[in-house]
Design a protein around this ligand. Structure first.
Ligand SMILES: C[S@@+](CC[C@H](N)C(=O)[O-])C[C@H]1O[C@@H](n2cnc3c(N)ncnc32)[C@H](O)[C@@H]1O
Length: 464
C-alpha cells in the first residue's frame, strides 16, 4: 500500500500512522522519516511536520555523527543550525498563517484549463486564486511586467531576483533587459565566469549558502517543507560520499597523473598540428568527478565506453586510464568540434596514454552518430554524457545512447547544477522505469543503471 510518502487516496492517515510506528521502532530510519515528511507535507499537516522535524531530526543527526568523518560532521552541524533557523521560521509562519501571500501565475486561458485538468487528474486541489488569466496577445507583456515588478521589489524581498529568474525560465522569457536589471539589483546573481545570471539550486552536499536558490514556489511554507523533505536524501548523500573517501584519494598510474597535472595546472597543450594551444579553466570535469568515472569504470569493466563531449579530454584521460588498467575494452569519444574548436587537444591527450588501438574519436554531432552506431548494432556498457547541455540536446543523447545499452549498463551525466540536466533526471525518474538512479557521491553527477527493458505503451507519459 505504501511507497515512500505515498498512500492510497483516503488512506493517508493510516499510512502516516504506519510510518510513525516504524519511526518509533528505529529512530534513525531515514526511509520512514522521508515517508512521513512527504505525507505530512502533502496532507498539509504543518504542525505534525514541525513536530517530527523537532523530535526526530536531532536523533537522526546524532546517530549519524557518530560514524561520520570530521568534514561531514562539520557539514551536519551547519545543517543542524540551518534547520534550527528553519524551524523558528516555520513557527513564525504558522502563527502568521493567514498572512502568507500568494503569488499569482500569469497564464493564458488554455494554460489555466490545462492546469485545472492536470490537478484534477492527479487528485490535487486546484485553486483558481493562484492564477491570473490574461489574453494571449497580452501574455508575454504581462509576464514581463510581473517579472520586472518582482525584480524591483528586491530589498523588501530578498528572494525576489531569484524568483524572477526562475520565472523567466518557467515562462521561457529570455529578455536581456530584464536580465540586466536583475543582476544590477542583485550583483551576486552574476556568474563570476560568464557575467550572466546563474540560477543554481542548492545541492545536498555542496552546502554553501551562496549556491542556495529558492525553489519555484509561490509560498514560503512550501519552500521550507521542500528543504526539510530533502534532508534524508542529503544525509544519504553524505553516507555515500563517506564510502567513497578512499577511492577519491587514490592516484592514477604515473604517466596519467603527470598528464593530468599539466592539464589541471592550465598549461598549454599540444593539438593535432603539434603546436601548443592555451586551454581555458572552465571546460573540464573536476579531479573528484574524474576519479568517480575512473572507479565506476574499473568496477563495471565495460567492453565499450562511449562519451559525448571530448573537448580537452579531461574525462577521456580518466576513462581511458581505467580501461588500460582493466586491460581490455575500447573508448569512443564523440565531439563535432574537436578539430575546429579544440584543435584536437582532447584526441591527442587520449592518444598519449598509449592505447591508440582502443581509442577512437568521431567528429560529428552525437545526435547524428548515435543512431548510426545503433544501426551497426553496437552495444555499450558505459556512457558518459557531457556534450550538448540544452534540454533537447541531452534528452536526445540520453534517449539515443540508452538504445545502445543492455541491462547492467551505466549512463552518467554531468552538470546537475543546470536546470536542463535536472529536468532530464526528473524525466527519467518519472518515465523510464527501465533505469534506476544510483546514489552519487558527487552532487553534480547523475548515475543511472539499466535495470530492465523499456516497456512503455506508445502513448505513455508521466509529467515531471
Ligand atoms: C563540457 S565540454 C566536455 C568536457 C569534457 N568531457 C571534459 O571533461 O574534459 C562539452 C563538449 O561537448 C561538445 N558538444 C556540444 N554539443 C555536442 C553535440 N551535439 N555532439 C557532440 N559533442 C558536442 C563541445 O564541443 C564540447 O567539447
Amino acid at each position: 500500500m505504501l511507497g515512500i510518502g505515498y498512500a492510497n487516496i483516503g488512506e493517508e492517515d493510516k499510512a502516516i500512522k504506519e510510518w510513525e510506528i516504524t519511526l518509533k521502532k528505529g529512530p534513525d530510519n531515514l526511509v520512514a522519516l522521508d515517508g512521513l515528511i512527504n505525507l505530512y507535507s502533502k496532507e498539509n499537516k504543518v504542525y505534525r511536520l514541525r513536530k517530527v522535524v523537532k523530535s526526530k531530526l536531532s536523533v537522526v543527526i546524532d546517530k549519524l555523527k557518530e560514524d561520520l568523518n570530521k568534514e561531514d560532521r562539520a557539514y551536519l552541524v551547519a545543517e543542524q543550525d540551518r534547520l534550527t533557523g528553519l524551524r523558528k521560521r516555520l513557527d513564525t509562519q504558522i502563527s502568521q498563517k493567514q498572512k502568507v501571500s500568494t503569488f499569482k501565475k500569469v497564464v493564458s486561458k488554455a494554460e489555466y484549463d490545462a492546469a485545472e485538468i492536470a490537478a484534477r487528474n492527479n487528485g490535487e486541489k486546484f485553486s483558481s486564486s493562484n492564477y491570473k488569466v490574461v489574453d494571449d496577445d497580452k501574455l508575454e507583456s504581462e509576464r514581463k511586467k510581473q517579472i520586472r515588478k518582482l525584480i524591483e521589489s528586491y530589498g523588501k524581498d530578498k528572494n525576489a531576483v531569484t524568483r524572477a529568474l526562475q520565472l523567466m525560465v518557467e515562462y521561457n522569457i529570455n529578455d536581456p533587459e530584464l536580465l540586466k536589471l536583475a543582476t544590477e539589483k542583485q550583483p551576486s546573481m552574476k556568474s563570476p565566469d560568464t557575467g550572466a545570471p546563474h540560477r543554481e539550486i542548492n545541492f545536498p552536499i555542496s552546502g554553501s549558502a551562496s549556491s542556495t536558490a529558492v525553489m519555484i514556489s509561490s509560498r514560503k511554507t512550501i519552500k521550507m517543507r521542500n528543504r526539510i523533505r530533502r534532508l534524508p536524501q542529503c544525509l544519504e548523500a553524505l553516507r555515500v560520499r563517506r564510502d567513497w573517501t578512499d577511492r577519491f584519494a587514490t592516484v592514477l598510474p604515473d604517466d596519467a597523473e603527470a598528464l593530468l597535472k599539466t592539464m589541471y595546472a592550465g598549461a598549454a597543450q599540444a593539438g593535432a598540428d603539434g603546436n601548443l594551444h592555451a586551454i581555458d579553466s572552465v571546460t573540464r570535469i573536476s579531479r573528484e568527478q574524474g576519479m568517480l568515472l575512473y572507479h565506476l569504470c574499473l568496477e563495471r569493466k565495460p567492453k565499450v565506453v562511449l562519451e559525448t563531449g571530448l573537448a580537452y579530454g579531461f574525462s577521456t584521460v580518466f576513462l581511458l586510464s581505467a580501461l588500460r588498467e582493466i586491460g581490455r575494452g575500447r573508448h569512443i569519444a564523440i565531439d563535432h568540434l574537436q578539430s575546429s574548436l579544440w584543435q584536437g587537444v582532447g584526441t591527442q591527450r587520449g592518444l598519449q596514454l598509449g592505447v591508440e588501438d582502443r581509442f577512437s574519436v568521431i567528429e560529428e554531432r552525437a545526435e547524428q552518430v548515435l543512431p548510426q552506431l545503433a544501426a551497426e548494432r553496437l552495444r555499450v556498457q558505459f556512457v558518459y554524457i557531457d556534450g550538448d547541455h540544452r534540454f533537447d540536446g541531452v534528452m536526445l543523447d540520453f534517449t539515443l545512447a540508452a538504445r545502445l545499452c543492455g541491462v547492467g549498463a551505466v549512463i552518467v551525466f554531468d552538470d546537475l547544477w543546470m536546470p536542463s540536466m535536472r529536468c532530464l533526471a526528473r524525466y527519467i525518474k518519472a518515465n523510464r522505469r527501465d533505469w534506476r538512479r544510483i546514489p552519487s557521491p558527487h552532487a553534480n553527477f547523475c548515475i543511472l543503471e539499466k535495470i530492465g527493458t523499456d516497456e512503455r505503451e506508445w502513448d505513455h507519459f508521466v509529467g515531471f
